[in-house]
Design a protein around this ligand. Sequence first.
Ligand code: AMP
Length: 140
Amino acid sequence: MTASYDPNNIFAKILSGDIPSVKLYEDDDTLAFMDVMPQAPGHLLVIPKVGSRNLLDADPAVLAKVLPVVQKLANAVKDAFEADGVYVAQFNEAAAGQTVYHLHFHVIPRHEALPLKPHSGGMADVDVLKAQAEKIRAAL
Ligand code: AMP
């Protein structure tokens, strides 16, 4: 049986304001913030405000709201970091690499000469993340 959504997950706590995050975009349905363990400079996450574990149990109407925001931020981060491409990733359950059980999309600018750092590697400096968030906002 598939596990259910846990409303105490860390991204739900970011949405409720119980734990801090470096936010860069918000509308009625979605929130985007910097990943604290970035795989490349500019690595951000986009989440719907309505909770689901991942893509498998998400309401298609919610997905229809989130994907345009993923696209908007992918273009903004590509411009802001003068990237060659953008990697968008989304994992479903532990076997696929999921560690936080609130649907999220990774948006990561890619440069041809710069390899990706490991998933869930080292913590970034919060002031660096704030500066990157500002740069992405300016490109929106
Ligand atoms: P995954 O569930 O495997 O797609 O990965 C969860 C992602 O969330 C990882 O890239 C983590 O670095 C990131 N992450 C975990 N906790 C936080 C947090 N409090 N704020 C921002 N990003 C986080």
